[in-house]
Design a protein around this ligand. Structure first.
Ligand code: SF4
Length: 693
């Protein structure tokens, strides 16, 4: 769809939008009597925003006449509604470019999920029992407002995964009015390390943007940019350009990761580095390059430190042949458009050092593809050790974050005086809440979202009536006895626009965007690399354990969407329950075959899961996607599979203070149970057990 046609479609329907979306009281019509507001069979397309992760993709949604069944006493009624039938990428948005990832498509199943909370509720059982009873908004808000009066400062903790934009700023204003510290995130899937390293090296506030499309030779280190890292739709599109978008040029990708991720599987070469050896790999390559070429934009002190590095020790740590590394260093150095994309898809105790070293390597190469982000607004939630903050807190507000799932924080939740959840679902953490105050779904709300690192803002205005008795988040917070002003989308967006752009235009096209540009100027002067630290003695726990952000479930929030459960995993083709991946040699030693049940045990706990014997898994490394194993998360996700984060020890990246969820050692034992792995592809089943070949 081109820009002109898109405008035409949106502008011809915008009048109908206002009429249908404004929440006016529609009469209840007994079975099958149509209502005249929406023309049957006619579609409308409206701009919206995907909030299934923080990337901030702008979308367009197809709205048609639909109906819902509601109950009043003993009677059932069908009510005519404007319903969303399909979600696509907004072709005007340079992030999504008219495309979406699978989770973005499945956001529809979040809106119409049968397990959505219908209205406010109060706890009616013990903490964690997940027993609630419906109450009125007045009663629910009054009870929270009364209790809130007794607390201030860091007794109040607000956890949110709201992307930067109107929601995050509204929360910030609410907390400032309460004299409480800024909101925080749980630390999985928030890419805090990428942002902190960019701030350290360049002084930037935000995650850098990589111009992959114009690079010719790319080294990816630890960043599964086609899977669950940062902005998967943006980088998938960039990858398409990198490979096929230029006549006669095919970009070459070398991917270094300790798991064969989707990106590694799509690369020309995969470097299977040992877990936590990413800084060593990058410094080794830098050291080799410094033998071949001048230091470029590398600060003198950094160049000296790298020259003094013990190359043999670095190579030994990462476990890749020297000859192979020298070849890659040479090719990188010779490329006319080299680029290093480093990330922490699996956070280790030294991931910050890897990211810093990668930014320096780009400077040494003279790479031009590291672009400054749009500076993050001051409302960006702070990251770091949330468990410590929870110890000090008495009041916890939950807005999309799930500490009971991500941080095994059930005990800490139990110790709080009051927990309030604004989420649309009763998840593992909301099960501990005292009051549930469900806010409108993102597809029912007005909002502005700043895409991760990109210059611009995506905008959405309501176009379907809220399905249930929910409220806008600003309105809920505004009724908790705190004097503050919720953020208005137009007021938020207007100051970001250049003089030639109008609010009406931005609202109609779904946002305003500009290409990132500018130079990466280094302000830091230091480089470090330290050996990774792991929880668990190698003698007792001989294997590394790597939970990772998956395409389907991200940090676990996608698990309640049946399309995501049904989507075959790109590696194992497993559905409705993801397995632990293990290499054939380790599996053979333990007499484990594909589909067997295993017990994975760490210092901090154990889980049971089916195993996928992955021919390309790194020997001694067990990997598992984050997402399954919820105690509570609706009918599709509750008590399904195992939560890999439940056995992760509380380790932290030492330089940046972030949750190092990849720094745990485990041992594995076979369980005597029937194979339970459901795979879409019969190939693995036909090949038979790996351990017996
Ligand atoms: S990357 Fe996918 S889940 Fe994230 S905002 Fe874009 S479409 Fe949504």
């Amino acid at each position: 769809m081109d820009r002109r046609n898109f405008f035409k479609i949106v502008s011809t329907v915008s009048g109908a939008v206002a009429t249908n979306a404004c929440g006016d009281k529609k009469p209840l019509i007994p079975l099958l009597v149509p209502e005249n507001g929406i023309v049957l069979g006619e579609e409308q397309w409206h701009p919206a925003i995907c909030t299934e992760c923080g990337a901030g993709c702008s979308t367009i949604v197809r709205v048609m006449a639909g109906e819902r069944v509601i109950e009043r006493g003993e009677e059932k009624f069908r009510e005519r509604i404007a319903s969303i039938k399909k979600i696509e990428g907004n072709p005007l948005d340079p992030v999504s470019g008219g495309r979406l990832c699978a989770r973005g498509q499945a956001a529809l199943q979040s809106l119409y999920n049968p397990d959505r909370l219908r209205g406010p509720m109060r706890r009616d059982g013990a903490r964690g029992e997940a027993k609630f009873k419906a109450v009125s908004w007045n009663e629910a808000l009054k009870s929270v407002a009364e209790k809130l009066k007794a607390y201030s400062g860091d007794q109040i903790l607000f956890l949110t995964n709201a992307p930067q934009g109107t929601r995050a700023l509204t929360i910030q204003r609410f907390l400032e009015a309460l004299n409480a510290p800024p909101a925080r995130t749980c630390g999985v899937g928030d890419f805090a390390l990428e942002r902190k390293a960019a701030e350290w090296v360049f002084g930037w506030k935000g995650a850098p943007v990589y111009d992959l499309a114009h690079a010719r030779y790319v080294l990816g280190v630890g960043a599964d940019f086609l899977g669950g890292w940062l902005s998967p739709v943006y980088y998938s599109r960039q990858f398409g350009e990198f490979r096929q978008g230029r006549s006669g040029v095919r970009g070459h990708l070398v991917q270094a990761e300790s798991r064969m991720s989707l990106t590694a599987a799509s690369a020309d070469e995969w470097l299977p580095v040992r877990p936590g050896s990413e800084p060593h790999l990058i410094v080794a390559l830098s050291r080799m390059l410094l033998d071949e070429k001048p230091p470029g934009r590398l600060p003198d002190g950094v160049a000296q430190s790298i020259r003094a590095a013990d190359l043999s020790a670095l190579i030994r740590t990462c476990g890749i042949e020297e000859k192979r590394l020298r070849g890659i260093a040479h090719e990188l150095g010779q490329s006319e458009a080299p680029l290093v994309i480093a990330g922490a898809s699996v956070v280790q105790s030294n991931s910050f050092e890897a990211l810093v070293a990668a930014y320096y390597l780009n400077a040494l190469l003279g790479a031009r593809g590291v672009l400054p982000p749009q500076p993050e607004p001051p409302s960006a939630p702070i990251t770091g050790n949330v468990l410590e903050a929870m110890k000090r807190a008495k009041v916890l507000f939950l807005d999309g974050e799930n500490p009971a799932y991500v941080l095994r924080a059930a005990q800490s939740l139990d110790a709080l005086d009051i927990i309030v959840s604004f989420g649309s679902f009763l998840d593992d953490s909301a099960a501990y809440a005292d009051v549930l105050l469900p806010a409108h779904h993102a597809l029912e709300s007005e909002a502005a979202v700043v895409p991760l690192g990109m210059v611009g803002v995506a905008v959405t205005q309501p176009f379907v009536r809220p399905l249930y008795d929910t409220r806008p988040i600003g309105q809920i917070l505004g009724h908790l006895g705190v004097n503050f002003e919720a953020v208005n989308v137009k007021d938020y967006v207007a100051p970001m626009l250049p003089p030639e752009e109008t609010w009406d235009n931005v609202a109609r096209q779904g946002g305003y965007w500009k290409q990132n540009s500018g130079e990466a100027k280094i302000t830091a002067k230091d480089v470090k690399w330290s050996d990774p630290v792991f929880a668990g003695k190698p003698e007792e726990f001989p294997l590394h354990f790597q939970p990772y952000l998956s395409l389907q479930f991200h940090d676990g929030r996608g698990a309640n969407l049946p399309w995501m459960q049904e989507l075959p995993d790109p590696v194992s083709s497993a559905m409705w329950g993801l397995p632990a991946e293990m290499d054939p040699k380790t599996a053979a030693n333990l007499k484990i075959a594909n589909g067997d049940w295993i017990r994975v045990e760490s210092e901090s706990g154990h889980l049971e899961a089916p195993v996928y014997v992955h021919p390309a898994a790194l020997p001694g490394v067990v990997s598992m996607a984050i997402g399954e194993g919820h105690t509570h998360y609706g009918r599709y996700a509750s008590a399904r599979g195992a939560n890999p984060l439940a056995i992760v020890s509380p380790m932290w990246d030492e330089a940046a203070g972030e949750f190092a969820f990849g720094a745990t050692r485990v041992r594995v034992a076979k369980l005597e149970r029937k194979p339970a792995l459901i795979q879409f592809s019969p190939q693995d089943r036909e090949q038979g057990p790996w351990g017996q070949r």
